[in-house]
Structure formats: C-alpha cells, structure tokens
Design a protein around this ligand. Sequence first.
Ligand code: PHE
Length: 497
Amino acid sequence: MAEEAVLGFLEKNEEITDSGQFAAERGIDHQDIANIIKSLHGFKLVDAQDIKRERWVLTEEGKTYAAAGSPEVQVFLAVPPEGISLDELQRKMDPTVFKIGRSQAIKNQWVEMGKQLTRKVQDVDDKVKDLLIRIQDGEVVEPKEIDALKRRKLISPQPWKGYSVRKGPKYAPRRKKFATDLTRENILRGDWKDLEFKEYNFSAKGQPVGGGSLHPLLKVRQQIKMIFLQMGFEEMPTNNFVESSFWNFDALFQPQQHPARDSHDTFFLQVPSTTKMLPEDYVERVKHVHEFGGYGSRGYGYEWKREEANKNLLRTHTTAVSSRMLYSLAQKNFVPKKYFSIDRVFRNEAVDRTHLAEFHQIEGLVCDRNLSLGHLIGVLNDFFSRLGMSKLKFKPAYNPYTEPSMEIFSYHEGLEKWVEIGNSGMFRPEMLRPMGLPADVRVIAWGLSLERPTMILYGVDNIRDLFGPKVRTWILVSSRKTLSVASEYKRLVSHFL
Ligand code: PHE
C-alpha cells in the first residue's frame, strides 16, 4: 500500500516534497513510507534526498499534563468558590502538581493568597494542555509558544528524518519482480526471454550451517597417518576385529600358557568360537618352533595345541595384522616394505582413568635385509619428532615376539617428567623364519596407543572423557581448539604434496 502510494503519486507528479507530510495526508505510518522509499531508492526506482528536521515531542511530565490538564488548571479547579487553606489543598493533591500549579496559578492571577487561597476569576482556559495535545498530534506550533513549554521541560527536541522523492533512473509505476531462478517452466513457456534476473549479492552472508565436528581421535589419527605416508609407509588392512588366537598370539611366538591369553585379558568369541582356515604347512612350522625351537632357538618345550590356536577372539593388538602381512609378504619374492596401521583393539580390562576395554593402536614396521637396532632408534626418532616429541629415551623391555625390545619414553615439557609413549623391538627369528622370510631379513616395529597422544595434545587427563557421555560437549569445545592440530595437519599435507 505504501509502495503503491509512492510510485503512483510519482507517475503523475514531479516530486514528493516531504515524506512526513505525504504519510500524514494519507494516514500511513511514516516509518512504513520511509522503509519503502529506502528500498525503492536501493533499486533505483526512485531518487530520495534526506530531509532532517527537529521535531518536538512531549516529555513524560508533558504527557501527564496532556492527559490530566496543566498543574495550574488542576490547582484552580481544586479551589472552591469559598476558598481553601493551603494545608487542606495540599492534602487533596499530588505534591508536585500542587507545588508547580500553585505558583503558576498565582502568577497567572487566577487565584490569590490571603488567609486562604481564593479564586480571582470565574473560569480559565487550559492553553498549556491544548498546546501539548497539538504538539502530540504532530501539528506545527508558534515558536514563542514552544519556548514556554521548553522552559518548563514539558517538551523536548527529537531529530526526525524523512525524504523528498523523485523518479529514479529505473522508475516504473509498479516494481518489477526479479526472477531468482531460471526454472523448467520458464523455458517451456518461453517467458525466460522477458525475465529480469536479480543480481547476485556477493557480499550476502550464507546461512550458518550447524555441521558436525570430527572426534579428536579421528583428527589425530589422520595426522599420524599423514606422518606415516610422508615417511613412505603403506597402510595395512585392519578391517578384521575378530581374529584367531593363531594370528594374534601363536604366529607371534607367544606361548599358549602366556598370561595375556587368559580370558581375564582377552575377549574370546562364543559364536563362531573357532577359526575355519589356517595355512596348514605354516601352522606346522609354528607348532614346531613353539615345541622344539629352531633358527638358533630352543623353543618353549611344551605341547602346542591346535585347539588353542583355533580360538576366535577380539584382537588384543594390531600386531595380529602385522603377522598376517609379514606372512603374506614371505609368500612372494622378498621386497623390503614399510607398513603401518591405526585401528581398534580390545582388552578385557577394568576401565579406569587410563584404561579402556577398547582403544586404538598405532603400529609401524620396517622389513628389510640387515636392519639393526640403530635403524629402529633412527626411525623412532624420526617418527616421534614429527609428532612433536623429540626428546626420547629407551628402556629394555620384554615382548614374546621381539628381541631386543624397548619401551619408548618421551620427555613431557608440561608434566616435567618422562612418560611412556610406546613399545618397540625387532621381531624374533622364531616369528619371522617359520613364515618363510629369508634369514637376513629383519623387521623393526613399534606400537603405541592413539589415545595417549590425543590426550596429551588436547590436555585430557581421563581417558573416559574420550568416549563417555561428556564426548558431545568435549568435541564441540575441542573443535575450536583443533585449529593448532588442523594447521599442523595442513602443514603436513602441503609438505606431502
Ligand atoms: N604389540 C605391542 C603392544 O600391544 C606393541 C608392539 C608392536 C611392540 C610392535 C613391539 C613391536 O603393546
């Protein structure tokens, strides 16, 4: 309606000289008219010039007098023809109205003060109230009348903004609707020829998208994956959580009485409880090395049982994957390899602030002729310094499948102490030779949990916070914190490319 009024008026007239007056004459709210003029001006349908004026508006006090009458009139009306004592009058009236009204009424010579307050005239006009109402209605009043009200603080100036409006370069009596999309219908009807399209607004903000956030474990996993890839490692397939005891333990020269195999540490499967397929000739060689040794070893000297090896379990370490990979590598002509994996493992452990029953392991291995412990230490230094841990210490350790074995410690600047970050070693000949790997082939390997470095990077001191009910809020908070990891990741990617 306001738009039609403005465009329609300009069709026959040169100019709207004052939008305020224009709105008042048509009984349209000025704010509505002003908004339409701004919009039409933006689309160049009209040309608008600002008009700034000072307008008078009633103060709070002014508004009460416009409604209830000026104080002097209120006082005059409260004085009965026979007169009244000041005390009595005061009791009847609002104190401010009484105070202002009395002196103003005396000044106007409407009442006089003798022993009592008495009327001097029969009737009075409330000029102040009338004036206030006229101003309230937006009428223009004489400057000298304004002055008196201004002095009594019954009105105050307010800046007012309106427009004078003429036709603009794209004037039309009706605003054309611009098309925002070219549709199938437009093409079929042929009206695309006449459509005018809305211009792109390149500075418009897009809809905020409430996307998900990656779990920090996934981010750190990605970061570590990039480190391995940079170092020329290939990823091993880790998609089988269910593994046989054979690949998880026996192939690794882990004796069948080893406490880690105990159901206290391992989740065994009920259905299917056993594996169906194992490479039989290799199984024979593994049995032999456990029972009698070979390749310079005396073996364990116990009766190795096939039933134990057949038992299915949830893999307790990703070294089960490494054993499968090394076995299949041994089935072909030997080529050196660098492998890694990062995936889930399961242990039947009591959950506390540092242990979970399922967690992730990171594992790396290098398989080549004549590798030494020096190579292992070199690779570990390279790998961990890329993770930001350059101060390393090694401590002799024991694993059934590695000799020598070393625990890896890193100096934690924040905690100001050495923390254990991983385990490593050189796979034993008792493990490698039955697979069929050549005698001079050595495998250096290491493993660590993914949770540990993630907790260190994100400052989490309770592992349950990584998985428990707090995860949601924690992920949201850490998705902001991720910037440093993300930029590190970017740096890695650019390095890699
Ligand atoms: N499998 C070991 C563990 O679970 C880690 C490891 C991997 C140790 C490779 C030596 C070599 O802790």
